[in-house]
Design a protein around this ligand. Structure first.
Ligand code: ADP
Ligand code: MG
Length: 527
């Protein structure tokens, strides 16, 4: 497997990559980075979420000479959101090297952008229209640009930007490097490439393997605020022989492994920052079965082939379908059946849908086990273990002596219960069901009433509000209750059991492009 170290990058760029938490290059990065570093023109084709930004961003940042206060690279992107997103990623990777990046897009006061440009910028990321605007005003000069990137080229052409793109290209020096990234390569892109590229190097990565059918795939809707508790309930109600739990970051791995250990699970973590020796120790313990739950990042778990893994649990939802497929492939090995469980918070519902779309399959929704179900299951497990221990006849003599002494003072039943309490009470703590207390909101019985800080001023209509709530909180539209929309704010009632999900999904979000905040209503601001 290639590592970022193999590209012979500036240590400061490597630091930027590490700071992003990237452990190893994605397939498109592994191929693109060396080609772009060599100065070739490249066409990169790959699905969204495959890491195209860093594929061009890393070599582009490597090439920047920060001692020159000149724009040295330009990225064109179809929308302001994408321009900002790309700019942010490049800013983070380039931060240790002190590369200055700036997004420019329509809708932002041009004066502010002119001021920012004057302060000296190395990489400009922008939408074609606004970029052209600056070029015509001469507030942006591209005489020193070495690399031009067309990101999401197919989108840009679909949006009719072809003339603007060609116009921007006229401002570039003759000997520039042109990189073109796109999920698809329609004929218009081929023509563009023929016209402007020198011997383009065409790089494509495929979609990867398909999911194995022997794996049962389930998801649980959980609250962000209560994720660990939810995980424990799932663990306590499932027959987990051995499980691999996935977290997005190394820090997440450390935290989850620690929390689980503190709650009495046999858990340990595995990630790329650990010394090889330590990793071997954890893996050997997992193979022997001394560890039941292995908490890992995607990269650390890659290639793990332990036949007894009964469950893969996505504690953090994977970033894309490919990662999902890789992760769940750690179970159901050697023809056994396996379970793949994914925890999904209200804000991640969209991500779940996109994964389902890409793998062309649905995950089965499951309700979190209730406290009663968990307790019942725990009791059953404990009873089996006690039966076995008594039958084995292998009790340490001291314990029997102790019980003999104690029976002079207490009932044998009380003694047994106290011993169990000392040994297992941590497993029965359970926690509570109430994660949020919305207080008195003046709602109809069984409902919670929310205040929303926008109304007709943001063009919000009941139909759209219901749709946003139903989609983002994952409840049926007809379950949404009374709605009142006023000029500057609105109220909506939702069933109590759905309220925490609605709250997490719609707190700080956007409806109709308007920034929205939602809070439990107070009875006094009732209409
Ligand atoms: P694309 O442009 O192909 O749609 P992005 O460049 O936006 O994909 O990357 C998708 C996500 O993957 C981003 O959150 C990015 O930070 C992350 N990412 C990119 N490369 C890596 C890597 N090598 N390791 C881990 N995460 C990565
Ligand atoms: Mg992209």
């Amino acid at each position: 497997m290639k590592s970022f170290d193999s590209f012979e990058l500036d240590p400061l760029i490597l630091k930027g990559i590490r700071d992003m938490g990237f452990e190893e290059p994605s397939p498109i990065q592994a191929e693109c980075i060396p080609a772009v570093l060599r100065g070739e023109d490249v066409i990169g084709q790959a699905q969204t979420g495959t890491g195209k930004t860093a594929a061009f961003g890393i070599p582009l940042l490597e090439h920047v000479d920060t001692s020159r206060q000149k724009v040295q690279a330009v990225v064109l992107a179809p929308t302001r959101e994408l321009a900002i997103q790309v700019s942010e990623e490049l800013r983070k990777i380039g931060r240790p090297k002190r590369v200055k990046t700036l997004p420019i897009y329509g809708g932002q006061p041009i004066g502010r952008q002119i001021k920012a440009l004057k302060q000296g910028v190395h990489v400009v990321i922008g939408t074609p229209g606004r970029m052209l605007d600056h070029l015509r005003r001469k507030t942006l000069r591209l005489d020193d640009v070495e690399t031009l990137v067309l990101d999401e080229a197919d989108e840009m052409l679909d949006m009719g930007f072809i003339e603007d793109i060609e116009a921007v290209m006229d401002y570039l020096p003759e000997s520039r490097q042109l990189l073109l990234f796109s999920a698809t390569i329609p004929p218009a892109i081929r023509r563009l490439a023929q016209k402007y590229m020198k011997k383009p190097h065409y790089i494509t990565v495929s979609r990867g393997e398909v999911t194995a059918p022997v794996i049962e795939q389930v998801y649980y809707r959980v609250l962000e605020n209560n994720k660990l508790e939810s995980l424990c309930r799932i663990l306590d109600s499932e027959d987990v022989e051995q499980g691999i739990l996935f977290c997005r970051t190394k820090k997440g791995v450390d935290e989850l492994a620690e929390s689980l250990s503190a709650r009495g699970y046999l858990a340990d973590g595995l990630h790329g920052d650990m010394a090889q020796q330590q990793r071997d120790r954890v893996m050997n313990a997992f193979r022997r079965g001394d560890i039941e739950l292995l908490v890992a990042t995607d990269v650390a778990a890659r290639g793990i082939d332990v036949g007894t893994v009964s469950h893969v649990i996505n504690y953090d939802i994977p970033q894309d379908a490919e990662s999902y497929v890789h992760r769940i492939g750690r179970t159901g090995r050697a023809g056994r059946t396996g379970m793949a469980l994914t925890l999904v918070t209200p804000r991640e519902m969209k991500q779940l849908r996109s994964i389902e779309y890409e793998i062309a399959g649905d995950l089965e929704p499951r309700d979190l086990p209730s406290l009663e179900e968990v307790a019942e299951r725990q009791q059953q497990v404990l009873q089996e273990q006690l039966d076995e221990t008594i039958q084995s006849g292998e009790l340490i003599p001291i314990f029997e002596e102790l019980v003999n002494n104690l029976t002079e003072k207490h009932d044998a039943e009380k003694i047994a219960a106290a011993a169990l309490h000392m040994a297992f009470s941590h497993r029965f703590k359970g926690g509570t069901d109430a994660v949020y207390d919305f207080g008195e909101t003046g709602a109809s019985p069984g409902m919670v009433r929310f205040f929303i800080n926008v109304g007709r001023n943001a063009d919000i209509r009941p139909k759209e509000l219901v749709k946003a709530i139903a989609e983002q909180a994952g409840i049926a539209a007809k379950k949404v209750g009374r709605i009142n929309i006023y000029d500057r704010f609105s109220f909506v009632e939702v069933p109590e059991e759905a309220a925490p999900f609605v709250f997490e999904a719609l707190r700080k979000t956007k409806i109709n492009g308007a920034r929205v905040n939602l809070e439990p209503a107070r009875p006094r601001n009732r209409s």
